[in-house]
Design a protein around this ligand. Sequence first.
Ligand code: GLC
Ligand code: CA
Length: 559
Amino acid sequence: MNNKNTDWKESVIYQIYPRSFQDSNGDGVGDLKGIISRLPYLEELGVNMIWLCPVYDSPNDDNGYDIRDYFSIMKEFGTIEHMLELINEAKKRNISIIMDLVANHTSDEHPWFLESRSKKDSDKRNWYIWKPEKNGKEPTNWESIFGGSAWEYDKATKEYYLHAFSKKQPDLNWENPEVREAIYFIMNWWLDKGIAGFRLDAITFLKKNQQYPELVTIENRPYSPASNVWLNQPGIMEFLQEMKERVLKPRGVVTVAEAPGVPVNMVKEYLDEENGVFNMIFQFDHTEVDIKDMNRGQLRQWKLTEFKDALSQWQMETEDFGWMALFLENHDSVRSVSKYGNDKEYRIEASKMLASYYMLMRGTPFIYQGQEIGMTNCVFNNIDEYKDVDSHNLYRIECLNGKNKSEIMNYLSKRGRDHGRTPMQWDKSHMAGFTSGSPWIKVNPNYETINVEQALIDENSILNYYKKLIKLRKENKALIYGSYKDIFKTSNEIGGYVRSYEKEKWVVICNFTDHEVNITEIGEEYLVLSNYKNNEKTNLKAYESRIYKVPVNARRNLT
Ligand code: GLC
Ligand code: CA
């Protein structure tokens, strides 16, 4: 079971959001049997690892990120037997599974929390973070990531508990060694079941500022709250190093950590292959270009250079010691083609271009379900069509603040997490082949044209392009281990980079606009893959991408 090699570097990982992937029994909710039935599809695609979002028993306030029992499976998803079957069936196809580990918080319905809240002298009181009121108010003015105070008053014992996310997700107290032991036990228990490792949810939140300081306010609202009090706080490494010593290192576990709040110059502590703690991290600089430094609920204009720099700086910083997780989408994000490309007349070209751009960088590519067929954002006509607790909180609070409803809906149309959660579009039959019943969340009406069945038939589909990219990466070590150098750095139209390895240079060039852009000639003879059939030497068409393999001794000026 030991996984001490670095196969994960050569892997392509597919992220599944079980609720929306495939329903097998018509109740409108995706499930484990549904996933098992789609393993042949994933094998065909060429992925060799799955990141499975939480499948544990949960009251689903935050779709499984609020865990009630770490050792059993959510009823709607199936049973522990189904989970073991999934692990085994996947293994037969050389696909391993990493599970989502939610260690920062549990559900408020978890027995630990029920016990903790029951009385002040409960054995488990200190498993969560309880504080008395301060001057008749919350203990601090910290704001939850999902809006509103991060403290919830509990009548029974007249104290407040801390919740970084929803009030049904109380934060565990990592200062307490018993809590840490309990989490290590859970990790080992699941590793014994044959999983390859974990995606560590919200892991940079574990350490809270022990001073519990009041935050500076601007216009009565805490300013930049999270980074000051609970993100990547001094001392967090003691917890993470302990986790490494106790579980990660001895078991040779594959790890990818969700790591908001880690600045690029601190990433060595996390990723250093000797002394760091995780194999890979997700950073969000590139996906947050549209909300950088803004208040919750507000968007900003951004330039292509910001997006490219956000990716490049992590590429360059980690080159000597670590490895990145490469991604454009996940279950918390909108669809990449809608955000960074064009989901109308150039949907196919733009989807392929974006795939070429991020998948051949240095790191392990993650593909989020549906991304490989170019699924797009969905039109949600009213707030009730959204299901996400985060979107509902935002809507409620912004309405109270007097914000115009259409402005809030506009924000959600650009940031709402449900765009990534509409059901997977398998075919053009009832509900996109996702369910025979009625789905828990709206199916994107464009499923009749955008679906897997169609993509399998069409040799020029986005899906088939993804397959080509995956194969290309598998067959060329340069695309995995090569060094990275960006080119066109100051361009707001084109993005690209060079990967160098032994006697090869690979050049990736992408047009991020819907118009033609001139480039200098590289040499047709070196072109390996493009999203257009006919390429003009010095002219990139709308959203055109090209991948070249150039021998080092070629007389070309490649920066
Ligand atoms: C992570 C998850 C997100 C969840 C949050 C709280 O950010 O990706 O879906 O809401 O943690 O667990
Ligand atoms: Ca089901």
